[in-house]
Design a protein around this ligand. Sequence first.
Ligand SMILES: [Zn+2]
Ligand SMILES: [Zn+2]
Length: 254
Amino acid sequence: MSMDLEYEWMRYGSLRKGGQLSFALKITCTRWWKTEKVAYTIVDGSGQLPPQQGYIELKAGQSRLIDYDHTPGEWDWCEGDFIIIYDTQGREYDRKVFSLTTYGPGECPECHGSHQCAACHGTGRITDKMHMVSTCPRCLGTGVCQTCYVPTRNGGMTANMATFGSSVATNTNPKVEMSRQQRMIDLRKRIAELEAMISRCEFDERTRMTRDANFGYDTSRTTDYMRQAQLKNTYQTQLIQLRYELEQLENGGF
Ligand SMILES: [Zn+2]
Ligand SMILES: [Zn+2]
């Protein structure tokens, strides 16, 4: 039996990865009045992560995003990953591979092949006319060209892993039982990463305020600043959540 589904790959800034460029699969039910029941498996193209099973029900016209920020079933799409869609009899019905049209060597209109962010020359920091240094708003401090970036799990050009550790290529699979200890280690690591990101935001904020005071500006309402403030807020919310989870685990919960 045919299924009425539409697929779309989308670029977005992952909140869990501090706004870094990530990809989402949008599945839409194009049926007029019936609900589409979709069982699926996502397979890691590099074979490092266990396959992830999932099930979603989509009402007429309804969409669902599968990405790193939507739970349950979050997935950080990397080049070569694919999703298998099953019909109601459990047979493979469809298969969608995540593969980006990449630029050939030197073809990227932004970086001409260097893979470095053109705004900050790959440093992740920008220096303005007043010699003040702050996080590059274009690449969010990763230094990676956002035009030709392709997420992969095999090293390659995932240079944005270098900034905060390894948060880019980690997938959490709810089907796989991680031991409590392992989860606690992961949580502590993510908490430390978030704390580092928050203190970096605070540093940028102080820098901006000092500059404003020295030169009589008010840049508190600029897009970059508001974006930064929003990010910091997101980090803080996540931090509270993670600290709570860790506390539960430390007290013997699951
Ligand atoms: Zn590029
Ligand atoms: Zn940059």
